[in-house]
Design a protein. Sequence first.
Length: 194
Amino acid sequence: MRKLILMVQLSIDGYMSEKDGNTDWMVYNWGSEWTWDDELRKYFTNLTASTDCILLSRKMAVEGYFDYWASVAANSSLPQSGFAKNIVAAHKVIFTKTLERSVWDNAELAKGDIKKEVKKLKKQEGKNMMVYGGATFVSALIEAGLIDEYQLFINPTALGSGTSIFKKRTNLHLVNERPFACGVTVLKYERSLS
């Protein structure tokens, strides 16, 4: 069965963004300058290449996620182009209650019960699946017990408050930790079955 992997950048105190949505504190804040060191870039790109399906919220889809990464993939001079090509090639599933049709290449809409839809996707043939966000969507997946692996990219910044993806107690089992020269530490967790 395929795993659902969450890949998310967080502050050291566990927030995905400040309360107003600001993320300028991230070591890499999704712009043209990829400020992660080479080893973290390789790790990130390889992790994305290990999946062939991306789950997204409607909000991320309509805010330009696909168009942004398609433009980066088309520009091979950008260091993120390898990662972006993985995004473009992957099958995308957009969870929505309001969209009537998908206007994006290689993307379909999931309009049913989130738990049933994800369990159906996990049973399909293929590589693992990845979820990036947004925060409300990720929280719903966590609360439903659907995330199998957590790849938490911890930035060296404490916010004090903000948007959390965890809405209730969630027990996890640490599998691996890896610090990188740019200051980000990747913590890999699996769901604790106890």
